[in-house]
Each structure stands twice: as C-alpha cells, then as structure tokens.
Ligand binder design. Structure first.
Ligand code: BGC
Length: 748
C-alpha cells in the first residue's frame, strides 16, 4: 500500500515536470501564445537592428559553431600550428552569418593568438549585411584555462572546500580579466549542478553537495566575473551550467538518464540557479542529459515554465555540445536533425552549440518557412542574443589587448595560491605529525607527486587536462615545490625502489589519487583506488616510517584501508597550478590548513549518502541509529590550532525566523581560520525532514587567544522546504540548532 502510494506521488511529480508529453505540449503552447502578444524586452538599438535583419541573418545568429569549422584541417584534427581558413571564414561568418564561435581547436593558445584570430573573425563578421560581431565563448573553468600562462585557481570543488566566498569572487574577477585579455567576452562557468553523487565524473566541477554552500560560492563567483557592467574591459558574461538535473544520473555516469522527482528538483537542484539569476547571471547552458524520460533540450516545462516563468530568467539559453543532434542519435526522440532542431527551438533553446555541422541555420530557416517554428520564437531568441552582444559592448571598439598588463600578474597568482592553501582539507593529524620541520628528510612517492596535470584536472590546456605540453611554465609540482624549499632533504623513488629509499627517510609523503579527466572519459565503475596505489601506500606503511597521505582527486576515492596506518592525511580537490606550493606550505606549517569538506567522504563504494540524509538512512542493520557511517563528514577539516565554541544563543526574531550567535575562540598557539557552520534540524515536518541542513556559515580568521562572536539571521524562507503540493512552505514548530558541539532548541 505504502509502495503504491509513493509510486502514485512520483507519477504526479513526473506529470508536473513533464513525463506526460500531451500535458507538456498544451501548457507550453498556451504560454507561447501569451508571450507572443508581449513586446520583447529589447533596447531600441537591438529593435532597430532586428528590424533590418532577414530570416537568414536571424537563424545565423542562433548558430554556434566550434572554431574547428573555420580552421585549417578537419574538425577534431586541425593542422598545427593553428590557423584560420579563409574560405571557411567566408562561408561560415559571411554567407551563413553564424553569430557565435566557441572552444579552442584542441588546446590552449597564447593570448596574442587568441586576439589575432578573434580580430580576424570580427573582420569577416563585418562583411555580412548586418555587420553584427561574433560572440566568442570559451570554457574558462578555473581561470582562463585555454590561454597559455594564465592564472589557474583550484577547480570549483576545491574553491568550495575553502568555504570562503570572497575567494570564489576573486577567481571570478581574475578569470574575467584574463578571458577579456584574450579577446573573449563569454565564459562557460560556473557549474551550478549540485554534486550529490560521488561517482559523477564532473563532481569536481561543482561546489559540492550542499545547496546553501553552493549558492554562496556561485553568487560570489558570478559577481566577480560580471560585476555591475559586463561591457567593462575586465568583465565577461557568465554561463550557469547545466540547467537542470545533470549531476545525479542513475548510474553515476556522465550524461546518463536521471529520474528526479519534482520536489527534489526544486529543493536541491534549482536554488543555485535561482540565486544566480537573482545575482544577474546573463546566460545559461542546458543539461545534455535526459530527465524523467525527456531530454532537457526538448522539455518546455523546464526551459520555459520553470526557467523563464518561475525563475524569471531573461537571458540567453545555449545548448550544450551537439545536444540537438543527440536528440536523434542518442535520445531517439527525433527522426532526423531537422526534426531535432524543430523540437529544441520550440522547447525554448535560443542558440545551438551545433558545433560542427553548418546545416543548422539552413534547416532552421526551412522550418520557419514551413511554419514549423514561429518567427516570434526566432525573434525572441535573436532578441536575447543581440541584447547580450550589446550588453557586452561588442558593437563598440574593444580595448587594446596589449593594455592587459595584469594578465597572470604576481598579484593574481598570489590570489590563486591563497585559494589553493585554503582549499586543502586536513582530515587526520595524529600526534601533531604535521607540520613538518624543514630539516626532516622526506621521501616523496606516488603517482601524483610530480605532475602539474593531476593538480589541475580537466579543462587545463586541453579538454581532458592530460597533455603536459600546455602546462604553465615555472609552476611546481608537489615534489618540485618541496625540493625548491628543502633541497637535498627531499628524496623521491619509483614504486619499485620506494621501500629501500624509505630506509634513509624520516617521513614519507605519499601523493596518491586521480589523474585528470572530465565528462565521459571520466566515468568509472567503482570508487576504489587502483590496486597499485593501495599497494604502494601499504608498503610504505609497513616500513614503520610515519606516512602522510596527500590525496589529489576530483571525487572521493575510497581510502578506508589506508587511513588507520597513516599518521596524517590531507585532501586536495584539484588545487590548480599553485597546488604544489600550497601543499608544501601546509606540510611545513607556513600555511595553517582551513579547508573543510564540501562533500561527504564515503567509506565504502556502495554507501554513498549525503550529510543531509533522512532519518531512515540512520537505521543500521543492527537496528541502532548508527547507519550513517562516512569516512569523514561534510564540513569536516582540521587546523594546526584549536578553536572552542561557547555561548550559543538561538532566539526567535520578529520576522518569525531565528537569530543565532556563537562565540569562537582560538585556543591554540597559531593564527588560524575557522569555518563556523550552523546546522538546523526541523524536528517534525509534513515532508520527512533531513537530519540536518546547513543554514549558515562564516569563515573567521583568529589570532591565538582571540575570540569573536559570529551572528546569523536565519529566515523562515531559509527554513522552508518543498511541500506536498510541490510549493515552498515554512512550517512552524521545533528546530534544533547545532554549531560545533553546541546544541540549542527553539520553537518558531
Ligand atoms: C560540456 C560543457 C562545456 C561545453 C563547451 C560540453 O561538452 O558539457 O560544460 O561548456 O562542452 O565546451
């Protein structure tokens, strides 16, 4: 009976989100009819421009192609060194009037090359009747990673591990500056998917498993990237990715099917997008996957009813890579490419990242002429595209590229170093093994000891981040940074020689984890570490020398069997180019670790539970309530100093929410940073409440002996959830607040 009931609820949820295609169509058609009667919200400049454009001009604007198709060579296999192809430029940019180009032809270029090729593209774009400039978009993911020598920050999961939104803002600022310095005005970041499945190969591209933390990091990053005026010479348009429901596929693999009930979708996966929209994010990229049996690129309920009507987004929606084509050959909901274009454009797509097939504008034009796509839909899309081009200042002269003297400046790199240091999470430090003395003789082993690529991960120089040829010159690996600091005291050995080399070492630093990947190539079949790495660490532990594990990874690989016999463990979620220095600074105590886990670290491959699980997840097989048993909890992380919490006060406020305050004291001998985390439990609710939810946090810097009081206002809105009718609701009642080890109750 219970089973039937929940199935029934799931069906209702699916119906609302769009499992039922007939309801989807009729609702959406109604909306389109309504929208079509309204004036498009475009400036007089864009209105005037559009009045002079032909249909061919307009469908060209809606097309986004890879730079491959205007370069010498074949797509995915360009001739080196990269050069633009004059005949292709004319065909694509003048004859077909393609409005947007993306990507690099396989690898990073110098900023001079970027500026030169974009200039050339603009000179061709000017030759078409409308003269509208090209909008170039690039994956600037943890810095301007496709421009050689740029400043590379930790990846998003590492940024989230800092629990310091100011650093995310800085990353947004530096990335925007260096992207514009490369002549590019549009960055495809941040990822706003919530990383609630540890297996997903793009977990490290998220801000972790918690919506509240991700919202804070994302809005800070976007404000850094866009500022108040995206036409400024140091700002770019951001792109919220990937709307919606990409990160939790059934099998944990990239772009697999997802089944997400509406309640979960609204409560866990939508708020980051809402917060980013409210923060002014200009563009959105659509989820490549399918949700509840409908590819998101074909789902008007998501792209129009939710994104536009409910969340109020007015900017540009671009597809992800080749996703219109995938409606035919992967998802099987369209008979051919033309049919797929009809479906996607009618569902609400404004621009198609085709990215290699120049037939898109031709077929779209035919669809309009055949009455299968309305001109109003085209105008709506083109209005958004041209508004963005106008806002970005593309119709005005661009700033002289040689004036970007702060590109990869020492100051920017120092910001990346601070971010990297704050991103490292110390999860074990028995007997205060760390910090080490610079006099210690250290043996450094492991496959991540001497590679910059593993510190950076995917989207670094190349898509997969595996080609060392494009690494930033002068940046140091962990081994190199340690050697630079302590010279001959640092030894290294291959796996074969490691045991004998350990004899002359006082301490062993084992650098293990993952090698770079993203998207499909990053799919794995289990979270276990490979046997070679486990064997190496076990051999090191058997030597009896203290072993320090440095785990560099994009998702939490299982380390259960290595934990007990390791004296200290630190985790780096792809700390970027400065990762080697940051880890060295932490090993020697020149930086005090302050990172905290932005995800729950699982102990077992098959026991993947987030911190905000339900009461039923607590029930253990022995019927105790000890069923939640991760390796380390979300929010966990150690410091070289100690902090004490006191005087937790929780009071109902005039607005019906709560005021929380707590005093934090640095009781150790070192200056350090503490992340104050406010977890709230809703004791009884009409939808089963999570055991706790993060409702506030603050990162404090405290000198030894210093105290401060952190204050939080937690509103009723913060405490609301998606109720039985799938609307947000606040239910008064008893709440329990936990900060550190302190607990207080309050009735609201
Ligand atoms: C990824 C996006 C990326 C796009 C453009 C896709 O494969 O899913 O995140 O922005 O490619 O490179």
């Amino acid at each position: 009976m219970k089973l039937l009931h929940s199935y029934y609820l799931l069906l209702i949820a699916c119906f609302i989100i769009g499992c039922n295609s007939s309801s989807v169509l009729s609702d959406s058609q109604n909306r389109v009819a309504n929208v079509e009667t309204e004036e498009s919200p475009v400036s007089p400049f864009v209105k005037d421009l559009m009045s002079k454009m032909t249909l061919a001009d307009k469908v060209g604007e809606m097309t986004q192609l890879s730079v491959d198709v205007i370069s010498v060579g074949d797509p995915y296999n360009l001739k080196e060194p990269h050069t633009l192809d004059v005949a292709k430029l004319k065909n694509i940019l003048v004859d077909l009037r393609v409005g947007s180009i993306l990507n690099c032809g396989g690898h990073a270029y110098t900023k001079e090359h970027w500026n030169a090729i974009i200039d050339t593209m603009q000179s061709y774009a000017k030759q078409k009747d409308s003269g509208i400039p090209v909008l170039y978009g690039i994956d600037a993911i943890h810095g301007t990673n496709y421009t050689q020598g740029s400043t590379l920050f930790p990846q998003q999961l590492g940024q989230a591990a800092t629990w310091n939104p100011a650093l995310a803002k800085t990353c947004g600022e530096v990335t925007a500056y260096e992207t514009r310095a490369s002549g590019i005005p549009w960055a495809f970041s941040p990822v706003l998917d919530i990383g609630r499945d540890a297996r997903w190969p793009r977990l490290w591209e998220t801000y972790g498993e918690d919506t509240h933390l991700a919202k804070a990091m994302a809005t800070a990053y976007i404000s850094g990237m866009e500022g108040d005026d995206i036409s400024a010479a140091d700002k770019v348009a951001s792109c919220m990715k990937h709307f919606l429901g990409y990160s939790v596929t059934l099998r944990g693999k990239d772009r697999g099917q997802a089944w997400i009930p509406e309640r979960q979708l609204l409560e866990y996966f939508t708020p980051t997008f809402q917060a980013a929209i409210d923060a002014g994010a200009k563009t959105v990229m659509i989820n490549s996957g399918e949700m509840n049996g409908i590819p998101v690129h074909a789902n008007e309920k998501i792209l129009v009813d939710l994104l536009r009507t409910k969340l109020g987004f007015e900017g540009l929606a671009v597809t992800d890579w080749e996703d219109v084509g995938y409606l035919v050959n992967r998802h099987k909901i369209a008979t051919d490419f033309k049919d797929a274009i009809r479906i996607a454009i009618n569902a609400g797509i404004d621009m198609a990242m085709v990215p290699m097939d120049a037939s898109f504008p031709v077929l779209l034009k035919e669809l309009v002429e055949e009455g299968k796509v309305s001109e109003r839909r085209i105008d709506e899309a083109v209005g958004r595209i041209l508004s963005l081009k106008e806002e970005l200042g593309l119709f005005k002269p661009t700033q002289d590229p040689t004036s970007y003297t702060e590109f990869a400046s020492k100051a920017s790199q120092a910001k990346a170093l601070t971010t990297a240091e704050e991103s490292i999470v110390l999860v074990k430090n028995d007997d205060n093994t760390l910090p080490l003395s610079t006099e210690s003789k250290i043996l450094v082993v492991g496959k991540n000891a001497n590679t910059l690529n593993s510190l950076n991960g995917g989207w670094t120089g190349t898509w997969q981040g595996t080609d060392a040829k494009y690494n930033t010159p002068g940046k140091r690996t962990i081994l190199e940074a340690l050697q630079h600091r302590s010279g001959a005291k640092i030894m290294t050995a291959t796996a074969d020689d490691a045991v004998s080399a350990a004899a002359s070492a006082e301490v062993i630093v084992a650098c293990i984890g993952e090698t770079p990947y993203t998207e499909k190539p990053g799919d794995i079949d289990d979270l276990d570490l490979d046997a070679d790495q486990v064997a190496l660490v076990e051999a090191m532990q058997e030597t009896g020398k203290p072993v320090i594990l440095v785990v560099i990874e994009g998702r939490p690989r299982i380390v259960r069997e290595l934990v007990d016999a390791s004296k200290a463990i630190m985790i780096g979620f792809l700390p970027g180019d400065e990762g080697g220095e940051a880890i060295t600074n932490i090993l020697y105590g020149e930086a005090n670790p302050s990172g905290r886990l932005p995800i729950t670290y699982p102990k077992y491959s098959n026991d993947l539970v987030t911190y905000d699980h339900k009461g039923t997840d607590l029930v253990h097989r022995d019927f105790s309530m000890n069923g939640f048993n991760p390796q380390w909890e979300f929010g966990y992380g150690l410091s070289y100093t100690t902090f004490e919490y006191s005087a937790l006060s929780v009071m109902k406020n005039m607005a019906g929410g709560m005021d929380v305050s707590v005093t934090v004291t640095n009781t150790g001998d070192l200056a350090g940073k503490e992340v104050v985390q406010v977890f709230v439990t809703d004791e009884v609710a009409s939808i089963t409440p999570a055991v706790k939810r993060l409702r506030g946090f603050e990162k404090l810097a405290l000198e030894p002996g210093a105290s401060t009081t952190s204050k939080f206002v937690i509103t009723k809105e913060d405490l609301s959830f998606v109720g039985r009718d799938n609307n947000w609701i606040f239910e008064p009642g008893d709440f329990t607040v936990r900060v550190g080890s302190l607990v207080e109750k309050v009735k609201l």
